[in-house]
Write a protein that binds this ligand. Structure first.
Ligand SMILES: [Zn+2]
Length: 172
């Protein structure tokens, strides 16, 4: 428990540090500084410590065991860089709202950083793109948002990282 406490703390700090650097290169200074701060909240932090694995997100493990993740429900409701933040359910239907561009850009930084932290030396420029293409989530993201996300992840896969970030920053 105590070991996982420090390991998880290290993972979160490392992730936030990489996202901060990427966001700064995207011109997103405030988002870079405040990215994922809710991970230090009691519910997100201690649930993640409990389901810590080191090789992937503790959320996946919590979902496997419980069928849902209390950590994720807390997280996605507070962090605008997740497309799930922009969904709701009313009048019997799921409502999808297109994400503002600056949060799509932060989402790209988040995905690159997550791949870097979990894949370590195996990280490749197309890691985040491949993860996205292999996921089911792409079926649910609203069209405008998913097209933008796909185009950004493709830019990242096909260009040196700094060049890719410059191109994404310039996209208005
Ligand atoms: Zn997040």
């Amino acid at each position: 428990m105590i070991i996982n406490f420090f390991k998880h703390l290290h993972t979160v700090n490392k992730h936030r540090f990489i996202v901060m650097n990427l966001c700064f290169k995207l011109g997103l200074y405030w988002q870079g500084l405040t990215h994922d701060l809710s991970k230090y909240s009691y519910i997100e932090f201690f649930t993640s410590v409990k389901y810590y694995t080191g090789s992937k997100s503790p959320i996946d493990k919590e979902i496997k065991e419980k069928g849902y993740s209390s950590c994720w429900l807390h997280h996605k409701g507070r962090n605008k860089h997740h497309w799930q933040y922009w969904t709701d359910f009313y009048h019997g239907e799921v409502v999808y709202i297109d994400m503002p561009l600056k949060y799509i850009k932060e989402m790209v930084a988040d995905r690159i950083a997550a791949c870097m932290v979990y894949q370590k030396d195996n990280y490749q420029p197309d890691s985040a793109l491949r993860f996205y293409l292999n996921s089911q989530e792409k079926l649910f993201i609203p069209k405008k948002t998913s097209e933008k996300l796909l185009s950004y992840l493709t830019i990242v896969a096909e260009n040196p990282l700094n060049k890719a970030l410059e191109m994404i920053k310039a996209d208005k």
